[in-house]
Design a protein around this ligand. Structure first.
Ligand SMILES: NC(=O)c1ccc[n+]([C@@H]2O[C@H](COP(=O)([O-])OP(=O)(O)OC[C@H]3O[C@@H](n4cnc5c(N)ncnc54)[C@H](O)[C@@H]3O)[C@@H](O)[C@H]2O)c1
Ligand SMILES: O=P(O)(O)OC[C@H]1O[C@H](O[C@H]2[C@H](O)[C@@H](O)[C@@H](O)O[C@@H]2CO)[C@H](O)[C@@H](O)[C@@H]1O
Ligand SMILES: [Mn+2]
Length: 456
């Protein structure tokens, strides 16, 4: 049985150890010859790589392990790239979240102005990785879950249309596990779902068990009362901020009781509530820096200091097993049914065919085949048309280095109250992202009376 070579791009990621442990837990289903870690921050990667090298030596000594910052070494002779980079790391996520909050606007990693800023940083980094793969291993597949997945997916659609790229998000997977738990199932894999939307912006419309019995009524009932909060804590998150997100799904679902929603819609439906419940001095980025990031790097350092992984609290990221499902689907043509972010092309029949939509796909060796979700209602169509225009404007602004288009994207975002606030946030984000964003041109950009006042 062929053994696969994998490059994890963003090797210094907080998710790398859990994903490697998950890969080791699935070797029977997905045998591995080599794991290469690649990052553009050698120091950060060294801590994670030092620990992962010991984990592999102890648990799978015949897997060849490479830690590198050299693209040729990283991307040659591989079968898959698993990409989870974060341009600017958590320091910039903190800016993405805190700058909008200064103007009374939601500050979030992938939504609204924070997501737009993150997208302007991520596009270049992800395209560079895709180009490395194309150059050194043109037959490999690029499994991307670097965020903001919606904007990254639109950029790869527009700018790398012929590359073997799959864009995926794990939010629906996490939510489906909570749905399954809420109705007494042991796994989301006991359910077949119909879902449509954009990344971090979607709805489940049909959920059945393997015998075809309709599970949606029970799940809708639970969500209408408790959101996605279940008696059994989320396997992935026990933090207060995540539990309030799961609870808020109740109020999000109220907008369309026939469906159940992606949790991220709360930022678009209740931005005032989110701002009122945010601490502008201590956002999610700070929680993660003091939580997951601190934990992972301390655990990795302990493994290096002790020269053994025995006793580590690092654990298998079972949740990330969707990555193995995806890689197996490509490798073995399994036709696995998975939600992916793909070009619409009629899957949603009354929506922009060029939009990158999140829908169920059958995945095989030739990539994803989107399932037809049909026509969507006016409410969701209106919301998605606004949001996809934002995402497309961001990519165009990046390509054209256009201040005007980025201002339009921010103004169009449902989360931003006015063109003035959009401009104030944009001008501050430009300052904060020097060195990460392309330098924008104001050629042809309009000016505001307030600009004149400021100048005079
Ligand atoms: N798609 C999803 O549903 C999903 C779920 C979880 C996390 N993520 C994403 O996974 C990514 C990693 O998350 P994290 O919290 O571990 O981030 P992290 O900051 O801990 O790690 C990211 C790593 O990427 C590296 N990096 C940044 N730019 C790079 C580039 N151009 N080339 C190579 N390496 C680069 C950094 O140096 C860092 O080591 C983020 O984009 C996050 O949003 C996505
Ligand atoms: O605030 P973070 O960094 O903890 O999470 C932000 C990410 O949230 C989602 O991924 C979650 C996933 O949904 C959950 O089930 C679990 O696996 O943790 C993941 C990371 O926390 C979302 O899909 C990502 O895009 C976000 O980056
Ligand atoms: Mn996601």
């Amino acid at each position: 049985m062929k053994k696969f070579s994998i490059t994890i791009a963003g090797g210094g990621s907080t998710f790398t150890p859990g994903i490697i442990l998950m890969l080791l837990d699935n070797l029977d289903k997905f045998p591995i010859h080599e794991i290469k870690l690649y990052d553009n921050d050698p120091e950060r990667q060294a801590t994670v790589a030092g620990a992962c090298e010991i984990l592999l030596k102890e648990q799978a000594p015949d897997i060849r392990f490479v830690e590198t910052t050299d693209p040729e070494e990283a991307f040659s002779n591989i079968d898959f790239v698993m990409a989870h980079i974060r341009e600017g790391k958590y320091a910039m996520r903190e800016q993405d979240e805190k700058i909008p909050l200064k103007y009374g606007v939601v500050g979030q990693e992938t939504c609204g102005p924070g997501g737009i800023a993150y997208g302007m940083r991520s596009i270049g980094g992800v395209l560079e990785l895709v180009d490395y793969m194309e150059k050194y291993s043109p037959d490999a597949w690029f499994l991307n879950y670097s965020n903001p997945a919606a904007i990254v997916a639109e950029a790869t659609r527009l700018l790398r249309p012929n590359s073997n790229i799959l864009n995926i998000c794990d939010m629906p997977i996490g939510i489906e596990e909570l749905m399954a738990s809420s109705i007494g199932l042991s796994s989301r894999k006991e359910m077949d779902v119909k879902y449509y939307g954009l990344n971090h912006f979607g709805w489940w419309t049909d959920i059945r068990d393997k015998e075809g019995n309709d599970l949606l009524p029970q799940i809708r009932e639970h969500v209408s009362k408790h959101g996605y909060v279940t008696v059994e804590k989320s396997k992935q998150h026990s933090e207060a901020s995540w539990n309030s997100t799961f609870a808020k799904a109740k109020d999000v679902q109220a907008l369309d009781p026939e469906t159940v929603p992606n949790t991220y819609l709360k930022y678009y439906f209740y931005p005032d509530y989110e701002v009122a419940h945010s601490n502008p001095e201590f956002t999610r980025a700070n929680e993660v820096m003091e939580g997951r990031e601190k934990f992972v790097f301390e655990e990795c350092q302990k493994i290096i200091d002790n020269q053994t992984s025995k006793g580590t609290e690092l654990h298998i990221d079972e949740h990330a097993s969707y990555i193995v499902d995806l890689a197996r689907a490509i490798a073995y043509n399994t036709k696995e049914r998975m939600l992916l972010i793909v070009e619409n092309n009629g899957a949603i029949s009354n929506f922009d065919p060029t939009a990158m939509v999140e829908v169920p796909c059958l995945v095989g060796s030739q990539g994803p085949e989107p399932l037809v979700m049909g026509e969507i209602p006016r409410f969701q169509k209106g919301l998605m048309e606004q949001q996809v225009a934002v995402e497309k404007l961001v990519v165009e602004a990046w390509v054209e280095k256009s201040y005007q288009k980025l201002w339009q994207a921010l103004t169009l975002s449902k989360i931003v109250p006015s063109a003035q606030v959009a401009k104030d946030i944009l001008d501050e984000l430009i300052e904060a992202n020097k060195g990460y964003w392309p330098e924008l041109s104001k050629e042809g950009a309009g000016t505001l009376a307030t600009d004149e006042v400021v100048k005079s």
